[in-house]
Every structure is written in structure tokens, then in C-alpha cells.
Design a protein. Structure first.
Length: 260
């Protein structure tokens, strides 16, 4: 499923705290000033740029630390915490060993938001930081629509946007490259399944998405699902993960250097 949003559709879902952090602004007066400028910028580009979402709902089951897509024969290997003091969690723990459901998603913005303001450093900075926020806001809105309508496991959910940003909803949407799903090379698997070019996303050889203002990941509905950091893994798990990914160990080592 492909969805396109007007800028005004997703602006209410922007988490401004991350925008202020990117500007390194801590004072309330400074934050409100930059927010007014950002809102003016967004109003001016309304209709000129859009955000985009791609979503796929799959029947899946777990096999050990793998999430298996039943109808496609594909497998999404996951990593497990293994440091002392952790809960030894793996995202596959939140998928039933029998038939379950899982969402795959990606969101992005029109590439012009990252390239059309090169003549003005301030406007370029504003556009790029807002593009990041819009991609994340699109993921927030998409996830709400998936929970309540397309997947429908939370049809009666009634949360404010602030409550959604505080993750009061059932389930999680771990993004590729984030602590629960740190291996950026998983984007190559998601690309095979979603065809990211449908919303203008291409991948570098390192699995990074272009436009930079893009988000990809999974949607899990398990009531006990929550975020965690995989953290450091040992060579034993790296070897096993490489086997399950059907990739050379040394190639995967490049993607997981921060976790080794």
C-alpha cells in the first residue's frame, strides 16, 4: 500500500523536541521562535512537497531468532541481547511461533526538500531538519492508521498525538538502524519486499537510504512489545547471524561495528 500526504496532514504529528535538539536550543523563548519560523516555512512549501509511506502487512511466525514471512519464503533474522544484566531480548520474541501478523513500512519526503535550498544555508538547514521530522511524523501517522484501520488491531484506540509520541499505544515500530534493529543492511531485505523506489527511496552500498529523510522498519502488535537496545554481541552470535543472513561474516561486521 502506497500513501501520499500533504505537508499539513503530518505537521500535527511532528515531535518538536527532536527539532529543538537538532538546533541545540534549550531555552523556551528560542524554541518558540524557531518553531514559528519552521511553521512559516512549512506553510510556504504546502502543496510543493509531499511525504510518502509504503506499508505491507504480512503473515509471519517466529523460528528461534528469525521472523519468517509465511507467504514469501523470506526470513528476517533478528539479533538478541547477550550482555550480562540485559533481559536477553530479541524482536522475534514478540512474534508468535504460529501464524501471526507483522507490518513492514517505509516513509520518506520528496527529495527536493534536501536539494532545492542549496543557495541559502539557513533555508537549507531548516529544510533538511524539517524533512527529517516530516519523515518521522509520517511514520507516526501511518502507524496510527495501521493500528486503527489497515491492520485494525487497535480499532478503539483514542490517543492524543502527545500520547502517541510517548508510545502509549499497543505495539512498537522498530526502525532499521535504531538500537532494537541496528543492522542497516536489513534495508536490502526490506527493499526486496517493499520495492522502496515506489516512494522514491534508493539505497547506498552501505544500506543508507536516500533521501536521508527516510524511515524504514517493522510494526509489531504484541501487547508486551517494547523497545530495547541490542547492545554488544559476541563473535558467536555474529557467526550465527551471518549464517542466518546468508552473508559473509566480514561483510556483516562492517554493518555491526558499533555492536561488536
Amino acid at each position: 500500500m502506497i500513501l501520499t500526504y500533504d505537508i499539513s496532514d503530518v505537521v500535527p504529528y511532528i515531535n518538536w523536541a527532536y527539532f529543538y535538539f537538532a538546533w541545540q536550543l534549550k531555552g523556551e523563548a528560542e524554541q518558540q521562535h524557531i518553531k514559528r519560523e519552521a511553521e512559516h516555512f512549512l506553510a510556504n512549501i504546502q502543496g510543493r512537497y509531499h511525504t510518502h509511506a509504503l506499508f505491507l502487512l504480512e503473515t509471519v511466525h517466529s523460528e528461534g531468532d528469525d521472523i519468517v514471512l509465511d507467504d514469501r519464503g523470506h526470513c528476517l533474522p533478528m539479533l538478541r541481547q547477550q550482555t550480562a544484566g540485559s533481559d536477553f531480548l530479541c524482536l522475534a520474541d514478540f512474534v508468535a511461533p504460529l501464524a501471526s501478523k507483522m507490518g513492514l513500512f517505509a516513509t520518506s519526503v520528496d527529495a527536493g526538500m534536501e536539494s532545492d535550498f542549496d543557495d541559502d544555508p539557513y533555508q537549507k538547514m531548516m529544510a533538511q531538519l524539517l524533512a527529517d521530522r516530516l519523515a518521522e511524523a509520517t511514520a507516526e501517522r501511518l502507524h496510527e492508521e495501521v493500528r486503527k484501520h489497515y491492520w485494525g488491531y487497535a480499532k478503539d484506540e483514542h490517543l492524543s498525538i502527545r500520547e502517541m509520541q510517548q508510545e502509549h499505544f499497543q505495539g512498537i515500530r522498530p526502525a532499521v538502524g535504531y538500537p532494537s534493529l541496528p543492522d542497516a543492511s536489513l534495508n536490502f531485505l526490506l527493499d526486496r519486499l517493499l520495492d522502496l523506489r515506489q516512494i522514491g527511496i534508493t539505497l547506498t552500498e552501505h544500506g543508507a537510504m536516500r533521501p536521508h529523510a527516510s524511515v524504514s522498519g517493522l510494526m509489531l502488535s504484541h501487547p508486551q512489545a517494547h523497545y530495547f537496545a541490542v547492545g554488544k554481541i559476541g563473535d558467536d552470535q555474529l557467526q550465527d547471524y551471518a549464517r542466518r543472513r546468508q552473508m559473509p561474516v566480514e561483510e556483516l561486521r562492517k554493518f555491526l561495528i558499533a555492536n561488536l
